[in-house]
Design a protein around this ligand. Structure first.
Ligand code: SD4
Length: 330
């Protein structure tokens, strides 16, 4: 009898190991929990992305639903927008810099904290794929300009013309006045930053953009900068940004949000505090937009922005939704 009981318990132990329970102390957010017992991370696959890029979250959800990894989900999700010629803020068809060159920035981050980025990349339509190659195939985290382009060709990417007739015509019209002004909520299409949790409870993120339209040659924004445009800590959650990158860089916005969540703030509270840091430091905030989205390990999400008009696309097992973000100004 005793032996039977012992064997039964062994069996239970084996099951518990297969489910990979985590000690409460391994979850910083549970450190204050009075009950020091085994807790199971909540596993709720979901994906979110900046703006209502619903085709991107649909693609990412397809990957997650099929049992795929968050890393593949975010990569394939944002590639939808990189390929879309009508989206003039990401990938092919993006608006050029003031000299007429489309230059792309992107980064990606996996659950182990590995990351890869490309900045000021020309002639390659899927910078997020090159960023992933930087992460997986090189000892570095970031490649820039010609070096990034050369690396892409070595990895088998093909040279392509990214400047569409539409973006070219608009750039030529812009040259008449050459007035450089950030535009709030450019047609509600903007940089895509995406986050996902997969069935294993692992979090990844990706961010890709053509940057500010008619920027100075060589300008790089927040989107490819780990910590600014994107940050993921698989123990805590992830965050990503859209809007005027200079302001996001100054406050290291996405890292800040993840650290605030580590201290116990909800994704919503953390996004609000990150926006408040920008608003308090830059009195010109009336003239530019910044928006953040975030998710935590428990599958809670949040978003906040300076001006109304920003929203994020959400997809989980209950379906897809465009969620308007609350804003600092009315
Ligand atoms: C950048 N954050 O390059 C990006 C672009 C963007 O509104 O989101 N524009 O600053």
């Amino acid at each position: 009898m005793q032996r039977r009981k012992f064997l039964k318990n062994v069996g239970l132990g084996a099951t518990a190991v297969a489910a990979t329970p985590v000690m409460a102390k391994d979850h910083p957010s549970d450190l204050n929990s009075s009950k020091n017992k085994w807790v199971k991370p909540q596993i709720k696959p979901l994906t979110i992305c900046t703006w209502n890029f619903h085709r991107a979250t649909a693609k990412a959800w397809e990957v997650l639903q099929a049992g795929g990894k968050a890393l593949d989900a975010v990569e394939q999700g944002v590639m939808i927008e990189e390929a879309d010629l009508s989206n003039q803020t990401v990938g092919r068809g993006g608006r050029p810099d003031r000299d007429g060159f489309v230059t792309l920035d992107a980064c990606i981050m996996d659950p182990k904290g590995n990351c890869g980025a490309v900045v000021y990349l020309k002639n390659i339509g899927h910078p997020i794929q090159v960023a992933r190659k930087v992460m997986e195939e090189t000892p570095h985290v970031m490649l820039a300009g010609e070096g990034a382009e050369q690396f892409a060709y070595e990895m088998g990417f093909k040279k392509e013309n990214l400047l569409t007739p539409q973006s070219k015509a608009e750039w030529e019209a812009w040259k008449v006045t050459s007035q450089y002004k950030p535009i709030i909520n450019i047609e509600n299409h903007d940089t895509i930053g995406m986050l996902a949790i997969d069935q294993f409870g692992d979090i990844s993120g990706a961010c890709t953009t053509s940057g500010m339209a008619y920027k100075m040659a060589g300008r790089v924004g927040d989107s490819p900068l780990i910590g600014a445009g994107l940050f993921v800590d698989n123990e805590i959650g992830g965050a990503t940004a859209t809007g005027v990158g200079e302001e996001v860089v100054k406050t290291v916005g996405s890292f800040l949000i993840v650290e605030l969540m580590r201290q116990g703030k909800s994704p919503q509270e953390a996004c609000e505090e990150a926006v408040m840091r920008i608003v308090k430091k830059n009195r010109e905030y009336a003239n530019f937009q910044v928006g953040f989205i975030a998710l935590n390990k428990a599958g809670e999400t949040g978003a906040y922005c300076i001006h109304p008009g920003f929203s994020y696309s959400y997809y989980d097992q209950s379906g897809q939704e465009n969620r308007p973000a609350a804003s600092y100004t009315e």
